[in-house]
Design a protein around this ligand. Structure first.
Ligand code: HEC
Length: 136
C-alpha cells in the first residue's frame, strides 16, 4: 500500500497541485468571496441591491484597480495591504471568465416567455416583489 502511494498518488498530487493553484480565475473567485465583493455584487458579479453588475463584461483592469483603491464612497475602498494589484488582476480574470448565459428563447422550457404577455395593462404580468432591504 505504501509503495502505491509513493509510486502513483504522490506524483499525481505533485503534478496537479501547482496546476490547480496557478489558475488566476479560480484564485480570483476565492478572493472575490473572501474579501466580501460578493456581498454587494453577488457571487457571479451579477449585481444586487447594494452594488451594480460586474459580469459578464467587467470594466477594464485599470478601471477596476482605480475604483477599488479610491472609490466614490458608495463602495468601501480596498488598499494594497488588503488586495494587491496582482490580487485585483485575479479578481478581474474571474469576472472576465464569466460567460453570458443562454437567452430565454433558446431554452425549450422557457420558449416564448420573453414575449410580452397581454396587450392591455390589466392583462400585463405584475412585477415580482424583490427582497426587502433591512432597516439601517
Ligand atoms: C458594500 C458594498 C460593496 C462591496 C463590498 C464592494 N462593492 Fe464594488 N461597488 C459598490 C457600489 C455601490 C458601486 C457603485 C459605485 C458608484 O457608482 O460610484 C460599486 C462599483 C464597483 C465597480 C464599478 C462598476 C462599474 O461598472 O462602474 C467595480 C469594478 C467594483 N465595484 C468592484 C468591486 C470589487 C472587486 C469588490 C471587492 C474587492 C467590491 N467591488 C466590493 C458596492 C460594493
Amino acid at each position: 500500500m505504501k509503495s502505491v502511494v509513493r509510486k502513483l498518488l504522490l506524483p499525481m498530487v505533485l503534478w496537479a497541485g501547482p496546476a490547480l493553484a496557478a489558475d488566476p480565475a479560480s484564485e480570483g473567485r476565492a478572493l472575490f468571496a473572501r474579501v466580501g465583493c460578493y456581498e454587494c455584487h453577488g457571487y457571479l458579479g451579477q449585481g444586487g441591491p447594494e452594488g451594480p453588475r460586474l459580469a459578464p463584461g467587467p470594466p477594464p483592469l485599470p478601471a477596476l484597480i482605480a475604483l477599488d483603491r479610491n472609490t466614490s464612497g458608495a463602495m468601501p475602498a480596498y488598499g494594497p495591504t488588503i488586495l494587491s494589484d496582482a490580487d485585483l488582476q485575479k479578481i478581474h480574470a474571474y469576472l472576465s471568465a464569466i460567460k453570458v448565459g443562454p437567452s430565454a428563447d433558446s431554452l425549450a422550457l422557457l420558449g416564448g416567455l420573453s414575449e410580452p404577455q397581454g396587450s392591455s395593462p390589466a392583462e400585463a404580468p405584475r412585477p415580482i416583489e424583490g427582497p426587502r432591504r433591512r432597516p439601517k
